[in-house]
Design a protein around this ligand. Sequence first.
Ligand code: NAG
Ligand code: NAG
Ligand code: NAG
Ligand code: NAG
Ligand code: NAG
Ligand code: NAG
Length: 441
Amino acid sequence: MRPSSLLPLTSRQSYIFILLVTLRVAESCLSALREGCMPDFHAVPMGMGGELLEMGRLNSEETSSDVLAQNSPGKGRQRLVDPDMGSTDFMFLQARVRKLEREFDDKTLFLMRSCNLTLDEVNVIYRSSPKLKMLSLKHHIEPILSRLSTEFRLSAASLGKLLTKFPTILYPACSRQFDDVVTFLQVMGINSSGMHRILTCRPQIFSLKIERNLNYTINFLLRDVNVPRHKLSTMLIKCPHIITLSVERKLRPALLFLQGLGLDATQIGNISAIYPYVFLFDVENKMRPTVRYLHDELNISSDNICRVICNKPQLLGYSVGKKLRPTVKFLVEEAGVPRHRIGDFVIRCPAMLGYSVDKNLRPTLNYIKTTCNISEPQDWMRYPRMLSYSLERRIKPRVESLTAIGHKLMTMGDVFHVMKQPEEKFRRMGRTGHLGTIHVL
Ligand SMILES: *[C@@H]1O[C@H](CO)[C@@H](O)[C@H](O)[C@H]1NC(C)=O
Ligand SMILES: *[C@@H]1O[C@H](CO)[C@@H](O)[C@H](O)[C@H]1NC(C)=O
Ligand SMILES: *[C@@H]1O[C@H](CO)[C@@H](O)[C@H](O)[C@H]1NC(C)=O
Ligand SMILES: *[C@@H]1O[C@H](CO)[C@@H](O)[C@H](O)[C@H]1NC(C)=O
Ligand SMILES: *[C@@H]1O[C@H](CO)[C@@H](O)[C@H](O)[C@H]1NC(C)=O
Ligand SMILES: *[C@@H]1O[C@H](CO)[C@@H](O)[C@H](O)[C@H]1NC(C)=O
């Protein structure tokens, strides 16, 4: 990786480096003076790698010791090169240099700057993968990070997250495995932007054994779950998590549950491709209680449950207590939907159960009721999809633009008729003044 792709140093880092250089210079001056010769101010300490030379140049307007003098009053240049300095001071200085050197070796510096990590974060990574300390910066770490950032366009921040989740990616054995997985995923039709997403979401995939894990899971998805082959790559990119799920503990129970609802193979394949997250939901704690609620409390038949789920598989992830009950309560108590009609309502517009009461449903309903002065407020129940339109982006602008040209929406039917039009058609309606059944004041 070229130094230009490294992050700039923070002022604190710069200060530490300058301090480090200064301490090294001071140390060599001290030794020279103690031995009675003139210190060689041009002897740049090399022990800390090229980074320090670069650092020295970054602040050429101030000399390192000026900075040190400014930053630690009373401990200026005079004091540092004072030949009378006591040997405890000298040892203190040496200990400090050694400590800084240990902390900021080339590898640590490189990780901090190329992956936007703090020293603490790098140390956490070292602790979780101690072998990292032995790896060669030049032969292992640099080439892999460089490849990740050029080939898969990972930013410094993404590299940092990747290393925090999956530090062993830098190990040589792992990087061979990495190549194999990349090739396998490429064969599955995943391009480099897909690879980027998988690396940022679920880097663990790159440590899976091809035969035993990866191909096994993929074959299960294709054969048992019936995911259409041409939709596999989109599915994996959408939800990289799915490849790391255990077939026996997670995927198969979810599949059996979906089959138990009465969904056929094509429907299950379709649902999985469109919304692979169904496999992340817990069968017993999430999906089964939700389906039971739809069936027992909303009186939706099993056939209709299948229809609703094909239409809106997200429903399977809604919590009964946090989402379904509060929404139904709002519909019954505030929006005036008779309790026994909620089931029909959900069948006609399953998305309704996904909207937030406070952010979508209540404001939209209030706006329609008040601003439009709908004469028959209960009427909106015939148009449940009304509530699926964005209040700020669709409903308000359209009502306002109609009001501006003197049209008044009198019934819910009118409102829905206007809202359901595609944008282009709506503009044409406005221009020609042909608004169908809409009353013109
Ligand atoms: C580096 O990480 C810090 C938080 O640790 C963040 O505020 C900063 O924006 C990141 N910089 C880049 C270039 O990503
Ligand atoms: C990569 O694949 C995804 C989905 O398969 C697609 O949406 C995207 O456009 C592709 N990107 C490139 C650069 O080909
Ligand atoms: C994956 O499994 C399929 C079907 O069993 C097989 O044809 C293919 O060779 C396997 N691929 C790899 C890379 O093992
Ligand atoms: C449940 O729905 C069926 C028809 O779908 C209906 O006959 C029955 O009366 C409903 N039961 C309740 C308790 O609403
Ligand atoms: C798959 O699902 C989509 C959206 O839910 C639907 O439009 C399509 O008809 C379904 N295809 C099959 C084969 O079920
Ligand atoms: C709302 O409509 C009713 C009749 O439908 C009318 O009496 C009332 O004045 C209207 N209110 C507003 C604010 O337009």
